[in-house]
Design a protein around this ligand. Structure first.
Ligand SMILES: [Zn+2]
Ligand SMILES: [Zn+2]
Length: 135
C-alpha cells in the first residue's frame, strides 16, 4: 500500500492507511467506516481522505440498490454480492457482462467501456440466523 500511495503521489498517514485497510477488507459506506475505524479520524477528515482517494483513483464510489453510497478499491474488474441483512460484501470472480459485451457489440456496434453490477443476497451467517428464528 505504501507503494500505491507513493505512486499516486500522496503521503502515507496512519489515518489514510486505516481508511484504506477498512475498505480493502470490506467495501463500506461512510457510516460503516466510521463504525470500524479506531484512530482519531473525525467525519470531515474522513470525507477529505475519501475525496482524495477518489480523485487519485484509489477508491471507487458505488451505489447499491437502496441508493446508499459505498466505496470499494479501484481494482481490475470485480463485482460484489451484498448481504441485505448485515451488508457484508463478498467479491465475485465471474462476470456475465464479458460475454454480453460481445453480443452488444454485434447488435449495436457499441463497445462496452464500463459497467456496474451489485448483487443482493443473504450471506451464510444471516441465513443460519434466519433458520434458527423460524424454528
Ligand atoms: Zn449477512
Ligand atoms: Zn463485470
Amino acid at each position: 500500500m505504501n507503494e500505491l500511495f507513493k505512486e499516486k503521489g500522496i503521503k502515507v498517514t496512519r489515518q489514510r492507511k486505516e481508511i484504506y485497510n477498512i475498505v480493502k477488507a470490506n467495501p463500506s459506506t461512510i457510516k460503516e467506516i466510521l463504525k470500524r475505524k479506531t484512530n482519531d479520524v473525525d467525519v470531515s477528515t474522513l470525507y477529505r481522505i475519501i475525496d482524495l482517494f477518489i480523485k487519485k483513483g484509489i477508491f471507487i464510489k458505488n451505489v447499491d440498490a437502496k441508493g446508499d453510497v459505498y466505496y470499494t478499491l479501484n481494482e481490475e474488474h470485480v463485482h460484489y454480492i451484498n448481504c441485505i441483512k448485515c451488508h457484508k460484501k463478498e467479491k465475485i470472480d465471474l462476470c456475465p457482462i464479458d460475454d454480453m459485451a460481445k453480443s452488444i457489440k454485434k447488435e449495436t456496434g457499441y463497445t462496452l467501456v464500463s459497467h456496474n453490477m451489485m448483487l443482493d443476497g443473504i450471506c451464510e451467517k444471516c441465513a443460519e440466523k434466519q433458520k434458527k428464528k423460524e424454528k
